[in-house]
Design a protein. Structure first.
Length: 451
């Protein structure tokens, strides 16, 4: 599993944990609101019922025995809101008065009535009516004309449950919302997983395509020199020639083609190996001189080198190619010397190659506060617009014997020392390659202030 996979998995884990916590908190707080609303409604029903009961107890005592059906009248007049029925029991459970006249005189075995008769304390309860409705009832010990009775007062819950209904609605809508959010969340997780998988599949496909391309380029690059080596070796075996010059020519080709193969493997390793940075302080001018001298033999096997030093400016003249080195003698740089050398060799070699045996190459530097820019300018063949976009691609080359790895290596090594590269070129007029990097690279890869 890759680091990015782990990161995105962790991100999803965090999102899911946050979602779970948010869901639990929201559901709990809504449930709490619902419970509080239920309690508040019950309290208000209790108060209402108690008020009616006290007032009824007083009225019943005042009226005496000539009560008619006072309960029925009270309900039909709607004197108090929400009364479902009223009943008055004696201690044995016989109904003395009832808003439903048909029930008067009946005896009931009711636990709440019994409890009130025995304890003398009010009892609250929910009762289910014959219609299926649940009503809230107060069983109240009423002292009516010297006798202990029990007043049962049942209230419709509907008028008192406004708050509860609101809280219930809130609970339902929040639950629906949460379910929808989770649904949408899962949809996105699935979609993003799917797109991640697709991305990975695409990347794998691209990697395989690139590998295939690399393999075919490599096969081509290896087959050419191998073909020459095999051909000339075969020739030497078959001809058994005594001609010394012919033998030397054949052996020269075999040696140079072997070198080409060796360079290809070196370049390949430089490109694919991880680039650990080794810092050291060194003189920039000495490094550039070293680089130029190592490039010269590659551009010409037997150069007639004339070096002229004019106040720090060194001009090397190699069979028509002039290399101007305009770098002060006293610049100290702290970075990876070997990597910078490799970078400069590739860029200067390209400049010399572009001059095709006749041109000028200028190597200059600009000092900035923390960075340094080295420019390599040639007046060679230049690079056309279409080509310039491809020059950093591995194996891209316009040279018969190039590997096309030079600039790809340059880019990789520059990245490892925190540097950058800029190219400007005009077809048939020449090119400038500018590299910028830290004058003092610190071990953590950042540039430090210089003095
Ligand atoms: N200074 C330059 N002038 C003109 N063309 C250039 C210059 N530098 C690079 N190029 C173009 O960029 C291409 C890629 O360069 P790169 O150094 O990567 O490979 P190469 O020089 O072809 O091969 P190698 O460096 O392996 O010998 C070259 O083939 C050439 O076409
Ligand atoms: Mg090159």
């Amino acid at each position: 599993m890759g680091v990015s996979d782990k990161l995105s998995r962790n991100n999803w884990m965090y999102i899911i944990i946050i979602l779970i916590v948010a869901t639990v908190v929201t559901v709990l707080s809504t449930a709490l609101t619902y419970r509080n609303a239920t309690n508040a409604s019950e309290d208000s029903m209790k108060l209402h019922a108690l008020g009616i009961a006290v007032s009824l107890e007083a009225s019943l005592s005042k009226i005496g025995h000539d009560r008619g059906n006072i309960f029925k009248t009270i309900i039909s007049e709607g004197r108090w809101k929400g009364i479902a029925f009223l009943a008055l029991y004696d201690k044995d459970g016989t109904i003395i008065l009832h808003s439903n006249e048909n029930l008067i005189g009946r005896q009931v075995q009711d636990r709440s009535i019994k409890t009130v008769a025995e304890t003398g304390s009010a009892v609250y309860e929910y009762i289910e009516l014959g219609t299926g409705e649940n009503v809230f009832a107060l069983n109240f010990p009423a002292h009516v004309q010297n006798s202990e009775t029990i007043l049962r007062l049942a209230l419709h819950t509907y008028p008192f449950y406004g708050m509860v209904r609101q809280a219930r609605l809130q609970l339902i809508s929040i639950s629906v919302l949460i379910v929808c959010l989770w649904g949408i969340g899962f949809f996105f997780v699935r979609a993003s997983k799917r797109s991640e998988e697709l991305k990975q599949a695409m990347a794998e496909k691209e990697r395989l395509a690139m590998l295939g391309e690399m393999a075919s380029v490599l096969a081509h690059e290896i087959r050419n020199p191998l073909g020459s080596i095999k051909g000339f070796a075969q020739y030497l075996i078959e001809q058994k020639t005594e001609n010394k010059k012919q033998r030397t020519d054949c052996l020269n080709v075999i040696a140079s083609e072997s070198k080409r193969l060796e360079r290809l493997t070196d370049d390949l390793l430089a490109y694919v190996r991880p680039a650990a940075v080794r810092l050291e302080e060194f003189n920039l001018r000495h490094l550039i001189d070293e680089v130029v001298m190592s490039v010269i033999p590659a551009s010409d096997n037997n150069p007639a080198v004339n070096a002229v030093n004019v106040s720090g400016l060194k001009i090397l003249n190699i069979k028509g190619i002039k290399i101007h080195i305009d770098i002060p003698e006293n610049i100290k740089v702290t970075t990876d010397r070997e990597k910078l050398k490799q970078i400069l060799i590739n860029i200067i070699q390209n400049a010399v190659d572009a001059s095709d045996g006749n041109g000028d190459t200028e190597i200059k530097c600009e000092l900035h506060e923390k960075e340094i820019t080295i420019s390599v300018k040639d007046n060679g063949c230049g690079i056309d617009r279409d080509t310039i976009e491809k020059i950093f691609q591995p194996f891209f080359t316009t040279k018969a014997k190039g590997t096309g790895l030079g600039l790809a290596i340059v880019q990789k090594l520059l990245k490892s020392i925190g540097g950058s590269i800029e190219v400007s070129s005009e077809h048939n007029s020449g090119s400038i390659f500018k590299i910028t990097f830290a004058r003092m690279l610190s071990a953590n890869g950042h540039s430090m202030g210089s003095n």
